[in-house]
Design a protein around this ligand. Sequence first.
Ligand SMILES: Cc1cc2nc3c(=O)[nH]c(=O)nc-3n(C[C@H](O)[C@H](O)[C@H](O)COP(=O)(O)OP(=O)(O)OC[C@H]3O[C@@H](n4cnc5c(N)ncnc54)[C@H](O)[C@@H]3O)c2cc1C
Length: 247
Amino acid sequence: MHLCEVVRTRPVTPMVQRVTLGGCGLAGFPAVGADAFAYLLLPPAGRSELTIGLDFDWAHVRSMAKDERPRGAYYSVRHHRPEELEIDLDVVVHDDGIAAGWAAAAAPGDKAALWGPRVLFRPPADAAWTLLVADNTAVPAMLSILDHRPVDHRVVAVAEVADDAEVRDVRPGPCVDLRWARRDRGERAADVVRALRLPPGPGYAWGGGEHAWVQELDALVADVHGIDAERRSLTSYWRRNQPTGLR
Ligand SMILES: Cc1cc2nc3c(=O)[nH]c(=O)nc-3n(C[C@H](O)[C@H](O)[C@H](O)COP(=O)(O)OP(=O)(O)OC[C@H]3O[C@@H](n4cnc5c(N)ncnc54)[C@H](O)[C@@H]3O)c2cc1C
């Protein structure tokens, strides 16, 4: 558990707000891997101070009175600068989101905490290439995976976003085939993935996004490209019309 506070914020795209967290509590935040994610814990509604401390545990949270309970959600570590004790989270701002609403209004000095980190990106040692699929919520993790990859490792990355304004200005480097599907043009990640010719040899598929979207892509990766379960890690990041964050 790492207590921290907002250092600064800035928009990355019209839908994505970068929140930079910092402070002494981030000393010792471990570098666990490419798609590191942590639970962002926030003060209860209408409060500015956290109601949890370094002894935080989930069983205790469940027994807390509702107006004392922290709020929050999982977020990926887009950048970790251990020498500055800073972490960037890229938060998709959407309607009715507690964590998203907090990020949209966050100001320097606002209190927060990070529980974690953990990883889901665990390619087998013999993976000759990697397929990445992401909706806007998993683009931060996808770009972090690209930042961490060996320069000669082949990657096919497919991101589905709302429109041109959500496409990130990144230069992924050699050996990476990065494709953006823009929904306002009728483009879908599923169609791109279905039509892919993947490199030869054993691979690994990673992905994140909305629950039903991820399920469709997981089935495609398995059925069309024949990637076995132990070589796939596609995770539901959120569910349409269903809160998953602590509220
Ligand atoms: C491993 C992991 C890593 C993640 N990394 C990131 C990340 O880096 N950036 C990021 O933005 N999200 C990320 N997420 C997703 C994020 O945790 C969820 O979107 C979460 O629901 C946001 O919490 P909230 O309090 O804003 O909304 P909630 O209270 O959970 O939901 C409120 C309502 O908003 C809807 N909703 C939730 N998320 C979205 C969305 N993105 N777009 C539209 N409607 C939505 C829900 O269906 C619900 O109806 C990650 C999730 C996981 C599991």
